[in-house]
Write a protein that binds this ligand. Structure first.
Ligand code: PLP
Length: 392
Protein backbone atom coordinates (compact mmCIF):
# COMPACT_ATOMS: atom_id res chain seq x y z
CA UNK A 1 0.00 0.00 0.00
CA UNK A 2 1.50 3.34 -0.98
CA UNK A 3 0.87 6.85 0.18
CA UNK A 4 0.25 9.61 -2.38
CA UNK A 5 2.78 11.88 -0.69
CA UNK A 6 5.73 9.83 -1.84
CA UNK A 7 4.97 6.98 -4.19
CA UNK A 8 8.14 5.28 -5.33
CA UNK A 9 9.40 6.73 -8.56
CA UNK A 10 7.21 9.82 -8.43
CA UNK A 11 8.05 13.32 -7.32
CA UNK A 12 6.24 14.22 -4.10
CA UNK A 13 3.42 16.69 -4.64
CA UNK A 14 3.90 20.16 -3.19
CA UNK A 15 2.71 19.69 0.37
CA UNK A 16 4.08 21.12 3.60
CA UNK A 17 6.96 19.62 5.51
CA UNK A 18 4.78 18.48 8.43
CA UNK A 19 2.60 16.55 6.01
CA UNK A 20 5.62 15.07 4.29
CA UNK A 21 7.29 13.75 7.43
CA UNK A 22 4.05 12.30 8.81
CA UNK A 23 2.60 10.77 5.62
CA UNK A 24 5.75 9.17 4.35
CA UNK A 25 6.22 6.72 1.50
CA UNK A 26 5.20 3.13 1.47
CA UNK A 27 3.42 1.69 4.51
CA UNK A 28 3.68 -2.05 3.70
CA UNK A 29 0.48 -2.38 5.70
CA UNK A 30 -0.94 -5.02 3.35
CA UNK A 31 -4.62 -5.66 4.02
CA UNK A 32 -4.43 -4.91 7.76
CA UNK A 33 -5.17 -1.19 7.62
CA UNK A 34 -2.29 -0.63 10.02
CA UNK A 35 -1.67 3.12 10.31
CA UNK A 36 1.94 2.61 11.38
CA UNK A 37 4.24 0.37 9.35
CA UNK A 38 5.23 -2.99 10.79
CA UNK A 39 8.82 -3.93 11.61
CA UNK A 40 10.38 -6.47 9.24
CA UNK A 41 13.12 -8.26 11.18
CA UNK A 42 13.48 -10.86 8.43
CA UNK A 43 17.07 -11.36 7.27
CA UNK A 44 15.93 -12.87 3.97
CA UNK A 45 12.99 -12.80 1.54
CA UNK A 46 11.41 -15.38 -0.78
CA UNK A 47 12.91 -15.27 -4.26
CA UNK A 48 10.82 -13.33 -6.78
CA UNK A 49 8.69 -11.35 -4.28
CA UNK A 50 6.79 -8.31 -5.58
CA UNK A 51 8.79 -5.85 -3.44
CA UNK A 52 12.07 -6.90 -5.03
CA UNK A 53 13.70 -7.73 -1.68
CA UNK A 54 16.30 -10.47 -1.34
CA UNK A 55 18.51 -10.13 1.74
CA UNK A 56 18.41 -7.44 4.43
CA UNK A 57 22.04 -6.38 3.98
CA UNK A 58 20.97 -5.02 0.59
CA UNK A 59 17.44 -3.86 1.37
CA UNK A 60 14.48 -4.20 3.69
CA UNK A 61 10.97 -2.69 3.75
CA UNK A 62 11.89 -0.59 6.82
CA UNK A 63 14.91 0.86 4.98
CA UNK A 64 12.74 1.64 1.97
CA UNK A 65 10.17 3.47 4.11
CA UNK A 66 12.92 5.55 5.73
CA UNK A 67 14.60 6.20 2.34
CA UNK A 68 11.26 7.57 1.14
CA UNK A 69 10.60 9.91 4.03
CA UNK A 70 14.16 11.25 4.04
CA UNK A 71 13.96 11.90 0.29
CA UNK A 72 10.67 13.71 0.81
CA UNK A 73 12.27 15.85 3.51
CA UNK A 74 15.33 16.66 1.37
CA UNK A 75 13.20 17.10 -1.76
CA UNK A 76 15.48 14.74 -3.68
CA UNK A 77 15.31 11.59 -5.78
CA UNK A 78 17.30 9.09 -3.69
CA UNK A 79 18.33 8.37 -0.12
CA UNK A 80 20.27 5.37 1.16
CA UNK A 81 20.22 4.55 4.86
CA UNK A 82 23.10 3.21 6.93
CA UNK A 83 23.76 1.89 10.43
CA UNK A 84 25.24 5.18 11.72
CA UNK A 85 26.55 8.52 10.53
CA UNK A 86 30.04 7.03 10.52
CA UNK A 87 28.78 4.15 8.32
CA UNK A 88 27.37 6.71 5.89
CA UNK A 89 30.75 8.50 5.80
CA UNK A 90 32.49 5.15 5.24
CA UNK A 91 30.08 4.34 2.39
CA UNK A 92 30.97 7.57 0.58
CA UNK A 93 34.73 7.58 1.20
CA UNK A 94 35.09 3.91 0.22
CA UNK A 95 34.12 4.93 -3.33
CA UNK A 96 37.43 6.80 -3.67
CA UNK A 97 40.68 5.15 -4.66
CA UNK A 98 44.34 5.09 -3.67
CA UNK A 99 46.05 8.44 -4.30
CA UNK A 100 42.81 10.45 -4.43
CA UNK A 101 42.84 13.77 -2.57
CA UNK A 102 39.93 14.92 -0.41
CA UNK A 103 39.83 18.63 0.34
CA UNK A 104 38.31 18.85 3.82
CA UNK A 105 37.05 21.65 6.03
CA UNK A 106 39.56 21.79 8.91
CA UNK A 107 36.86 21.68 11.60
CA UNK A 108 35.03 18.40 10.98
CA UNK A 109 33.50 16.06 13.54
CA UNK A 110 36.36 14.28 15.35
CA UNK A 111 35.44 10.77 14.18
CA UNK A 112 35.30 11.94 10.55
CA UNK A 113 38.85 13.23 10.99
CA UNK A 114 39.87 9.93 12.61
CA UNK A 115 38.38 7.93 9.71
CA UNK A 116 40.31 9.94 7.14
CA UNK A 117 43.60 10.03 9.05
CA UNK A 118 43.70 6.68 10.83
CA UNK A 119 41.75 4.39 8.51
CA UNK A 120 41.57 5.63 4.90
CA UNK A 121 45.10 7.09 4.97
CA UNK A 122 46.35 3.48 5.32
CA UNK A 123 44.80 2.76 1.91
CA UNK A 124 46.55 5.70 0.28
CA UNK A 125 43.78 8.31 0.47
CA UNK A 126 45.17 11.82 0.89
CA UNK A 127 43.56 14.73 2.73
CA UNK A 128 44.16 18.46 2.76
CA UNK A 129 42.59 20.56 5.51
CA UNK A 130 41.49 24.12 4.85
CA UNK A 131 39.36 26.79 6.47
CA UNK A 132 36.39 27.04 4.12
CA UNK A 133 35.25 30.31 5.71
CA UNK A 134 38.32 31.94 4.11
CA UNK A 135 38.04 33.10 0.49
CA UNK A 136 41.48 31.52 -0.16
CA UNK A 137 39.89 28.06 0.22
CA UNK A 138 38.21 28.47 -3.16
CA UNK A 139 41.58 29.18 -4.79
CA UNK A 140 43.01 26.07 -3.12
CA UNK A 141 40.04 24.13 -4.51
CA UNK A 142 40.75 25.46 -8.01
CA UNK A 143 44.46 24.67 -7.85
CA UNK A 144 44.46 21.32 -6.02
CA UNK A 145 41.60 19.81 -8.05
CA UNK A 146 40.73 17.16 -5.43
CA UNK A 147 38.69 14.03 -6.11
CA UNK A 148 36.14 15.19 -3.51
CA UNK A 149 35.30 18.14 -1.26
CA UNK A 150 34.11 17.41 2.28
CA UNK A 151 32.43 20.08 4.37
CA UNK A 152 30.15 20.37 7.38
CA UNK A 153 28.00 23.43 8.02
CA UNK A 154 27.52 24.46 10.75
CA UNK A 155 30.71 22.73 11.86
CA UNK A 156 31.09 20.59 14.95
CA UNK A 157 31.73 22.12 17.51
CA UNK A 158 32.69 25.66 16.41
CA UNK A 159 29.51 26.30 14.38
CA UNK A 160 31.41 27.87 11.50
CA UNK A 161 29.00 28.46 8.61
CA UNK A 162 30.37 27.66 5.16
CA UNK A 163 29.00 29.12 1.94
CA UNK A 164 27.81 25.86 0.40
CA UNK A 165 26.63 27.46 -2.83
CA UNK A 166 29.99 29.20 -3.41
CA UNK A 167 31.97 25.99 -2.77
CA UNK A 168 29.68 23.94 -5.02
CA UNK A 169 29.80 26.42 -7.85
CA UNK A 170 33.63 26.25 -8.02
CA UNK A 171 33.60 22.46 -7.60
CA UNK A 172 31.10 22.16 -10.46
CA UNK A 173 33.56 23.86 -12.87
CA UNK A 174 35.88 20.89 -12.35
CA UNK A 175 33.15 18.22 -11.90
CA UNK A 176 34.30 17.59 -8.32
CA UNK A 177 31.66 15.98 -6.06
CA UNK A 178 30.86 17.93 -2.89
CA UNK A 179 29.71 16.16 0.27
CA UNK A 180 27.93 18.24 2.91
CA UNK A 181 27.51 16.76 6.36
CA UNK A 182 24.16 18.34 7.22
CA UNK A 183 23.75 16.69 10.63
CA UNK A 184 23.64 19.93 12.66
CA UNK A 185 21.10 21.71 10.45
CA UNK A 186 18.96 18.89 8.97
CA UNK A 187 17.13 19.36 5.68
CA UNK A 188 14.47 21.28 7.56
CA UNK A 189 16.86 24.17 8.13
CA UNK A 190 19.30 23.84 5.23
CA UNK A 191 19.11 22.13 1.82
CA UNK A 192 22.63 21.27 0.58
CA UNK A 193 21.39 19.61 -2.63
CA UNK A 194 19.48 22.74 -3.65
CA UNK A 195 22.69 24.70 -3.03
CA UNK A 196 24.56 22.46 -5.48
CA UNK A 197 25.99 19.67 -3.30
CA UNK A 198 26.30 16.20 -4.82
CA UNK A 199 25.62 14.38 -1.56
CA UNK A 200 23.83 15.50 1.60
CA UNK A 201 24.95 13.28 4.47
CA UNK A 202 23.25 13.09 7.86
CA UNK A 203 23.77 11.24 11.10
CA UNK A 204 20.11 10.35 11.66
CA UNK A 205 21.12 9.40 15.21
CA UNK A 206 20.76 13.11 16.04
CA UNK A 207 17.83 15.42 15.20
CA UNK A 208 16.19 13.14 12.65
CA UNK A 209 15.54 10.40 15.22
CA UNK A 210 15.53 12.89 18.07
CA UNK A 211 15.13 10.50 20.99
CA UNK A 212 18.68 9.23 21.59
CA UNK A 213 17.56 5.63 21.27
CA UNK A 214 18.87 4.53 17.86
CA UNK A 215 21.86 5.03 15.57
CA UNK A 216 21.58 5.73 11.87
CA UNK A 217 23.00 7.57 8.91
CA UNK A 218 21.77 8.58 5.47
CA UNK A 219 23.08 9.88 2.16
CA UNK A 220 20.69 11.80 -0.10
CA UNK A 221 21.35 12.71 -3.73
CA UNK A 222 19.84 13.54 -7.10
CA UNK A 223 22.75 11.84 -8.88
CA UNK A 224 21.79 8.37 -10.07
CA UNK A 225 25.39 7.14 -10.30
CA UNK A 226 26.09 8.18 -6.72
CA UNK A 227 22.86 6.55 -5.62
CA UNK A 228 24.02 3.27 -7.19
CA UNK A 229 27.36 3.66 -5.43
CA UNK A 230 25.63 4.11 -2.08
CA UNK A 231 23.44 1.05 -2.63
CA UNK A 232 26.59 -0.89 -3.53
CA UNK A 233 28.44 0.34 -0.39
CA UNK A 234 25.51 -0.57 1.84
CA UNK A 235 25.54 -4.12 0.53
CA UNK A 236 29.23 -4.73 -0.16
CA UNK A 237 30.56 -3.28 3.10
CA UNK A 238 27.68 -4.42 5.34
CA UNK A 239 26.87 -0.88 6.46
CA UNK A 240 23.10 -1.36 6.66
CA UNK A 241 21.03 -0.33 9.72
CA UNK A 242 18.77 -2.70 11.63
CA UNK A 243 15.09 -2.83 10.64
CA UNK A 244 14.13 -1.90 14.21
CA UNK A 245 16.39 1.18 14.29
CA UNK A 246 15.03 2.21 10.89
CA UNK A 247 11.51 1.90 12.24
CA UNK A 248 12.39 3.98 15.32
CA UNK A 249 13.98 6.70 13.17
CA UNK A 250 10.93 6.69 10.87
CA UNK A 251 8.77 7.22 13.95
CA UNK A 252 11.07 9.93 15.34
CA UNK A 253 11.11 11.96 12.16
CA UNK A 254 7.35 12.58 12.34
CA UNK A 255 7.91 15.08 15.16
CA UNK A 256 11.10 16.65 13.79
CA UNK A 257 9.51 19.99 12.79
CA UNK A 258 7.78 20.33 16.18
CA UNK A 259 10.87 19.40 18.16
CA UNK A 260 13.25 21.55 16.21
CA UNK A 261 11.03 24.61 16.48
CA UNK A 262 11.08 24.43 20.28
CA UNK A 263 14.76 23.49 20.42
CA UNK A 264 15.78 26.41 18.21
CA UNK A 265 13.74 28.89 20.26
CA UNK A 266 15.31 27.58 23.49
CA UNK A 267 18.81 27.64 21.98
CA UNK A 268 18.52 31.25 20.78
CA UNK A 269 17.40 32.37 24.26
CA UNK A 270 20.16 30.45 26.05
CA UNK A 271 22.79 31.88 23.69
CA UNK A 272 21.62 35.38 24.68
CA UNK A 273 21.74 34.47 28.38
CA UNK A 274 25.26 33.05 28.09
CA UNK A 275 26.55 36.07 26.16
CA UNK A 276 25.79 38.32 29.14
CA UNK A 277 28.01 36.40 31.57
CA UNK A 278 31.38 38.06 32.37
CA UNK A 279 33.30 34.74 32.26
CA UNK A 280 32.08 33.97 28.74
CA UNK A 281 34.76 34.88 26.18
CA UNK A 282 32.42 34.30 23.25
CA UNK A 283 29.19 32.55 22.26
CA UNK A 284 28.55 31.01 18.85
CA UNK A 285 25.01 30.70 17.55
CA UNK A 286 24.53 31.04 13.77
CA UNK A 287 21.56 33.42 13.91
CA UNK A 288 23.04 35.77 16.55
CA UNK A 289 24.30 38.94 14.95
CA UNK A 290 27.76 38.52 16.54
CA UNK A 291 28.33 35.24 14.66
CA UNK A 292 31.27 35.71 12.24
CA UNK A 293 29.17 34.43 9.29
CA UNK A 294 25.88 35.87 10.48
CA UNK A 295 24.68 37.24 7.11
CA UNK A 296 25.46 33.95 5.37
CA UNK A 297 23.74 31.97 8.14
CA UNK A 298 20.61 34.11 7.74
CA UNK A 299 20.61 33.45 4.01
CA UNK A 300 21.53 29.77 4.03
CA UNK A 301 19.73 28.49 7.13
CA UNK A 302 16.01 28.79 7.88
CA UNK A 303 16.80 28.83 11.61
CA UNK A 304 19.86 29.07 13.83
CA UNK A 305 19.79 25.38 14.82
CA UNK A 306 19.78 24.13 18.40
CA UNK A 307 23.48 23.91 19.23
CA UNK A 308 25.20 26.67 21.17
CA UNK A 309 28.97 26.67 21.61
CA UNK A 310 30.56 28.75 24.34
CA UNK A 311 34.11 29.58 25.31
CA UNK A 312 34.41 30.03 29.08
CA UNK A 313 37.39 31.70 30.70
CA UNK A 314 38.00 28.56 32.73
CA UNK A 315 40.39 25.63 32.96
CA UNK A 316 39.34 22.02 32.39
CA UNK A 317 38.55 21.36 36.05
CA UNK A 318 36.33 24.43 36.34
CA UNK A 319 34.60 23.65 33.05
CA UNK A 320 33.94 20.04 34.09
CA UNK A 321 32.53 21.24 37.43
CA UNK A 322 30.16 23.58 35.63
CA UNK A 323 29.02 20.80 33.29
CA UNK A 324 28.34 18.47 36.22
CA UNK A 325 26.54 21.18 38.19
CA UNK A 326 23.74 21.34 35.61
CA UNK A 327 20.58 19.38 36.36
CA UNK A 328 18.76 19.43 33.03
CA UNK A 329 21.79 19.16 30.74
CA UNK A 330 23.39 15.73 30.94
CA UNK A 331 27.13 15.73 30.27
CA UNK A 332 27.26 13.26 27.38
CA UNK A 333 28.40 12.78 23.80
CA UNK A 334 25.85 13.22 21.00
CA UNK A 335 23.30 15.90 20.27
CA UNK A 336 19.93 16.54 18.71
CA UNK A 337 17.70 14.65 21.16
CA UNK A 338 14.70 16.14 22.94
CA UNK A 339 16.75 16.20 26.15
CA UNK A 340 19.44 18.83 26.67
CA UNK A 341 23.07 17.69 26.72
CA UNK A 342 26.37 19.39 27.36
CA UNK A 343 29.70 18.21 26.04
CA UNK A 344 33.37 19.11 26.45
CA UNK A 345 34.63 18.62 22.87
CA UNK A 346 38.35 18.74 23.71
CA UNK A 347 38.09 15.58 25.82
CA UNK A 348 34.97 13.99 24.34
CA UNK A 349 33.80 14.31 20.69
CA UNK A 350 37.13 15.68 19.45
CA UNK A 351 39.47 13.65 21.67
CA UNK A 352 40.75 11.91 18.50
CA UNK A 353 41.89 15.23 16.99
CA UNK A 354 45.57 16.03 17.64
CA UNK A 355 46.40 18.55 20.38
CA UNK A 356 48.11 20.72 17.79
CA UNK A 357 45.02 20.89 15.53
CA UNK A 358 42.70 21.48 18.50
CA UNK A 359 44.91 24.39 19.61
CA UNK A 360 44.89 25.84 16.08
CA UNK A 361 41.09 25.58 15.84
CA UNK A 362 40.42 26.89 19.36
CA UNK A 363 38.95 23.69 20.81
CA UNK A 364 40.37 24.32 24.28
CA UNK A 365 39.59 23.42 27.90
CA UNK A 366 37.07 26.22 28.34
CA UNK A 367 35.00 25.28 25.28
CA UNK A 368 31.62 23.58 25.74
CA UNK A 369 28.88 22.60 23.33
CA UNK A 370 25.24 22.73 24.42
CA UNK A 371 22.72 20.57 22.58
CA UNK A 372 19.53 22.31 23.58
CA UNK A 373 16.42 20.19 24.07
CA UNK A 374 12.68 20.70 24.33
CA UNK A 375 12.43 21.32 28.09
CA UNK A 376 10.68 24.45 29.40
CA UNK A 377 12.91 27.42 28.71
CA UNK A 378 12.49 28.87 32.23
CA UNK A 379 13.83 25.65 33.74
CA UNK A 380 16.84 25.60 31.42
CA UNK A 381 17.55 29.27 32.12
CA UNK A 382 17.34 28.81 35.90
CA UNK A 383 19.57 25.74 35.73
CA UNK A 384 22.17 27.56 33.65
CA UNK A 385 22.09 30.57 36.00
CA UNK A 386 22.79 28.43 39.08
CA UNK A 387 25.66 26.58 37.36
CA UNK A 388 27.21 29.81 36.06
CA UNK A 389 27.50 31.01 39.66
CA UNK A 390 30.42 28.56 39.98
CA UNK A 391 32.38 30.82 37.63
CA UNK A 392 31.52 34.07 39.45
N1 PLP B 1 28.63 13.90 11.55
C1 PLP B 1 28.52 14.76 12.58
C2 PLP B 1 28.54 16.23 12.28
C3 PLP B 1 28.39 14.30 13.89
O1 PLP B 1 28.30 15.19 14.90
C4 PLP B 1 28.38 12.91 14.11
C5 PLP B 1 28.26 12.38 15.48
O2 PLP B 1 28.26 13.10 16.45
C6 PLP B 1 28.51 12.05 13.03
C7 PLP B 1 28.63 12.57 11.76
C8 PLP B 1 28.57 10.54 13.21
O3 PLP B 1 27.31 10.05 13.50
P1 PLP B 1 27.07 8.65 14.25
O4 PLP B 1 27.41 8.90 15.68
O5 PLP B 1 25.62 8.40 14.00
O6 PLP B 1 27.96 7.65 13.65
Amino acid sequence: MTNPVSEPGSNPPAVGVNTRVIHHGEGFAGDTGSVMPPIFPSSTFAHGNAGGFDYTRSGNPNFRILDGVLSALEGCDHTTVFGSGVSAITAVVSQLKQGDLVLCEENLYGCTVRLFEQVFAKFGLRTQWVDFTEASALNILRSSKPAMVWIESPTNPLLKVIDIEAVCSVAREFAIPVVVDNTFATALVQRPLELGATLSLTSTTKYINGHSDALGGAVSTNDTDWHQKMVFSQKALGLQPSPFDSWLITRGIKTLPLRLKQQMANAAALADQLALHPKVAWVRYPHRNDHPQHALAQRQMKGGGAIVTVSFQANQEQTYRLCKQLNWFTMAESLGGIESLICHPATMTHAAVSAEVKAKLGIDDGLVRFSVGCEDLVDLQADLAQALELLA
